[in-house]
Design a protein around this ligand. Structure first.
Ligand SMILES: [Zn+2]
Length: 62
């Protein structure tokens, strides 16, 4: 139950308890999502936090 460096891991691999205990850390990783996981449907700011990252294309404001 030690302090893992979850920020360096794929959030796809976080366990439920990790999410509960590190909610604030998780929010920092996903608050400005630029990538979506093609596997799990999660989104994150950094592709390193997803197991199958796909860049979210910016839609230009019309
Ligand atoms: Zn994933």
């Amino acid at each position: 139950m030690g302090e893992k460096n979850l920020a360096k891991e794929s959030i796809c691999k976080w366990h439920k308890k990790d999410i509960e205990k590190n909610l604030q850390a998780l929010i920092k990783l996903v608050n400005k999502p630029r990538f979506v996981c093609g596997n799990c449907g999660r989104s994150a700011n950094s592709k390193k936090n997803l197991c199958k990252p796909i860049q979210i294309k910016k839609t230009k404001a019309a």
